[in-house]
Design a protein around this ligand. Structure first.
Ligand SMILES: *Cc1c(COP(=O)(O)O)cnc(C)c1O
Length: 427
């Protein structure tokens, strides 16, 4: 495989754009190697500017559940473009997408659209604070909620630590209201409640996808719900990744725990920039202009983005068997990886939720971030490079989730397992 064009393009881009990329993970830093510059996508494949084709298990980090260039999404976008790119005034498409989301999520009575997941979470937290009149929030180590200041925090030592900023440029004052707890550990959440004068909300990825795939335990979520109720705090499910990826009706339908607020993104935009937050009507009523909590956006609810979202969610809604099919394929892939790893004596932990899959090079079960960190990232880097060379595009970090699209066939999955087995054998 030659990648000379990508190599040149990456060198040039680094002179123009910090690190050569517009979002850090794309630079391949944690695995080494040269990021491929993409010319186009076609169904299950990414095609780079050297004309190499890869079976795509990244799907633009989640959004493309129907793969690249899905005909109905593409046509919906082209049709919308012909009516104008943006109006800064309400359109019917916004109500149509809102109505669809509200019909599919029990917990969502009203919804507002924004342009990214980051914006959705930042706004939902402001709303939770405005609604409760409290400042503190609880976040879990290893969960990612976008790059807004208050959420760029890392754990200090001990439970119930007040977060310290994980990035230069974030004042310590901005993260002092962010308390950190351990995923799947209810005692650490209790410690946060015990140490705070008032918690506005607990924010959690109910199916964590940003430390690798680590779903929350059912009982744990139910206990978090109870704690929130006892203390008058809101429960916020960040489903920017898992929403319409794990299933059609949200993590609440899998786990049985209902949140007060939900954030969405990725799949709901069908590949266009869309985020959303929604939830209980009485809480959403506090949002401007109905209520006092300010939130706005020039391109929010953009008609082209809404058209892509409607086409994407509309298809999921009318083809409800899709999630079963995707989950069967994801399971087939992970079972194949597991068997191949066993054969070559390699410790591998795998999991699946709908079209999401994850694997850790580790001998031990992974239920939280510190366990995820014990996995063998050097081994992952070798795996990643060799799979890329073989024509399989996996996320360039051990701590990311993989995705199946409807364009990925069982034959492709078998080929992926064969390639992985060869690599495991050589590890
Ligand atoms: C991707 C993601 C975000 C951030 O969304 P952006 O659109 O990248 O700003 C927030 N929360 C979760 C759970 C995510 O996976």
């Amino acid at each position: 495989m030659t990648i000379t064009h990508s190599q040149e393009a990456f060198t040039k881009a680094q002179e123009l754009i910090p690190g050569g990329v517009n979002s850090p993970v794309r630079a391949f830093k944690s695995v080494g190697g040269i990021p491929r510059f993409i010319a186009r996508g076609e169904g299950a494949y990414l095609i780079d500017i050297d004309d190499n084709a890869y079976v795509d298990y990244v799907q633009s980090w989640g959004p493309l559940i129907f793969g690249h260039r899905d005909e109905s999404i593409e046509n919906a976008v082209i049709d919308a473009v012909k009516h104008g790119l943006s109006f800064g005034a309400p359109t019917q498409a916004e109500s149509d997408l809102a109505s669809l989301i509200i019909s599919l999520y029990d917990s969502i009575e009203k919804v507002r659209f924004v342009s990214s997941g980051t914006e959705a979470v930042m706004s939902a937290i402001r709303l939770a604070r405005g609604f409760t009149g409290r400042d503190d929030i609880v976040k879990f180590t290893g969960c990612y909620h976008g790059h807004s200041d208050a959420l760029l925090v890392q754990a200090g030592s001990g439970a119930a630590t007040f977060g310290t900023p994980s990035s230069p440029g974030v004042p310590a004052d901005f993260t002092k209201h962010t308390l950190l707890a351990d995923y799947n550990d209810i005692e650490s959440v209790k410690a946060c409640f015990a140490s705070s004068e008032g918690i506005a909300c607990v924010i959690i990825e109910p199916i964590a996808g940003n430390m690798g795939l680590v779903p929350a335990n059912k009982d744990f979520l139910a206990q978090v719900r109870t704690l929130c109720d006892e203390h008058g705090a809101l429960l916020l499910f960040d489903e920017v990744m898992s929403g319409f990826r794990a299933c059609l009706h949200g993590a609440e339908s899998i786990t049985g725990t209902k949140p007060d607020l939900v954030t969405l993104g990725k799949v709901i935009g069908g590949g266009m920039p869309v985020g959303a937050f929604g939830g209980r009507g009485d809480i959403m009523a506090h949002l401007s202009p109905e209520g006092g909590v300010y939130q706005a956006g020039t391109l929010s609810g953009n008609p082209v983005a809404m058209a892509a979202g409607l086409a994407s969610l509309g298809k999921l809604n009318t083809n409800r068997r899709i999630f079963g099919v995707l989950e069967a394929r994801a399971t087939r892939l992970m079972n194949g990886f597991s068997d191949a790893a066993k054969k070559h004596n390699i410790g591998l932990q795998t999991d699946v939720r709908g079209s999401m899959f994850g694997f850790f090079f580790s001998d031990d079960e992974v239920t939280n971030f510190s366990q995820a960190l014990k996995s063998d990232t050097a081994r992952f880097a070798v795996f990643h490079a060799a799979m890329l060379e073989a024509g399989f595009y996996f996320a360039c970090s051990q701590f990311e989730t993989g995705f199946i699209s409807t364009a990925i066939t069982d034959t492709m999955i078998e080929a992926t397992i064969d390639a992985a087995e060869k690599i495991f054998g050589a590890l």
